[in-house]
Design a binder for this molecule. Structure first.
Ligand code: NAD
Ligand code: MG
Length: 392
């Protein structure tokens, strides 16, 4: 039995993970589950899976959680401190499925204790790739990507030599506005951006898919996870979302990872690694699928995508600043303070301002420095949004 904790258990990745655990009752012993506002879901899963502790990130919801768990031998806890304390509990696998930079520390703590980190929280690698690797190296922990493209690349690289890899091609669905003209993007709403053509995911990553900020994060994530040079990474729109990634080798051969768009494959791969589990995803019938199509992403429609290469070129803590500014720009769009295309402008301006004013930290191996850079980027991005609104 593997001891497992799931941080972000009530979200899309968390619930898919729980679905797999329920199907294998003898495979896993649940230590900690964490969630946010959805206390009833958190309590129900904690009871069903006999978790040791359930943690809500929201301090104000502790009594609701305690009531929901009363009569069961499960500890109820609330707040950031309780979440980090829960991450110290020994486990074999920690599923890092909180959205945003808030997911960095719990995963890092589990990794520092030598756990295998099933990493959905791409923001961890973008903001703190070097620290994540260093932590794993010193504790003996292992980072297994859960992002579908990165799980695909990881699988494609098994028993290959890094020096034989020429390029990595990450596919993108094109998001909600794949077929929308550039001119029509000025006035699109958060509700429209939430309509993903293929994947069923949380609200924030779905909007990030429409803007391709998600792909931008994934390009940086791939560089950090696999030690690639920026010029080795390509992105292609593949509307069917069935090829998740491809790897091109120096002999001209290209391998592709193909599968249904169901996150339980990538999650299951990490849960059962280095073996494979019986995962109930759809088995593709190629004759029925007909065709796979591809198109180049239009950088005018997806300005966020190009920013990934700027971030990689700047290096250091640029990823931490980029992700934090992106989170604030996304909040600004969700709250209707800025338009869809303004998100990338805000992030670019925030990055420029941080560099100009020397506000980016200089030690990518220091958590304190990473968090300070994250904090500064949020403040600068918020100031830019406020200025945009004042001028509107
Ligand atoms: P989601 O919004 O569905 O769930 C997020 C979870 O994090 C919830 O449990 C929520 O309560 C918790 N949470 C949110 N803010 C928090 C905070 N400040 N502190 C503590 N907990 C907090 O998100 P999701 O779609 O499951 O995505 C989770 C992560 O996985 C993200 O980093 C995302 O980029 C990545 N990811 C998701 C998918 C997908 O298919 N959903 C695919 C690849 C990668
Ligand atoms: Mg992905």
């Amino acid at each position: 039995m593997k001891r497992i904790s799931i941080f972000g258990a009530t979200g899309s990745i968390g619930q898919n993970t729980i679905d797999l655990i329920r199907r294998d009752p003898n495979g896993f012993q649940v230590v900690a589950l964490s969630g946010g506002q959805n206390i009833q879901q958190l309590a129900k899963d904690a009871i069903d899976l006999r978790a040791q502790i359930a943690v809500t990130a929201d301090d104000a919801l502790l009594s609701e959680l305690q009531t929901a768990l009363s009569g069961h031998p499960i500890q109820a806890a609330a707040g950031r401190g309780a979440l980090l304390e829960a991450a110290h509990r020994p486990v074999d696998i920690c599923v890092s499925a909180i959205v945003g930079a808030a997911g960095l520390e719990p995963g890092l703590i589990a990794l520092s204790h030598g756990a295998t980190l099933a990493l959905a929280n791409k923001e961890s690698m973008v903001a703190a790739g070097a620290l994540m690797h260093k932590t794993a190296a010193s504790s003996g922990g292992v980072i297994l990507p859960v992002d579908s493209e990165h799980s695909a690349i990881f699988q494609l690289l098994q028993s290959e030599k890094a020096s034989d890899v020429e390029r990595v091609i990450i596919t993108a669905s094109g998001g909600a506005f794949r077929d929308t003209a550039f001119e029509d993007l000025q006035h699109v709403t958060p509700e429209q951006a939430c309509q993903h053509p293929t994947w069923d995911m949380g609200q924030r990553i779905t909007i990030d898919s429409a803007s391709m900020f998600n792909k931008s994060l994934e390009v940086i994530e791939a560089k950090e996870l696999f030690g690639l040079r920026p010029d080795q990474i390509e992105v292609v729109i593949h509307p069917q979302s069935l090829i998740h990634a491809m790897v091109g080798f120096r002999d001209g051969g290209i391998t592709a990872h193909i599968g249904a768009h169901d996150m339980r494959h990538a999650i299951g791969y990490a849960l059962y690694y280095p073996t494979r589990g019986d995962i109930p995803v759809e088995r593709l019938d190629f004759a029925k699928l007909g065709q796979f199509t591809f198109q180049a992403p239009d950088l005018r429609k997806y300005p966020a995508l190009g920013l990934a290469w700027d971030v990689m070129e700047i290096g250091g803590l640029a990823g931490a600043a980029f992700n934090a500014a992106k989170e604030i720009a996304l909040d600004g769009f969700i709250d209707r303070k800025i338009g869809f295309l303004q998100m990338a402008e805000v992030v670019k301006q925030a990055m420029d301002a941080l560099i100009k004013d020397n506000m980016m930290g200089d030690d990518p191996l220091s958590l304190e420095c990473i968090l300070a850079t994250d904090f500064a980027a949020r403040r600068v991005a918020q100031d830019i949004i406020d200025a945009v609104r004042a001028g509107n």
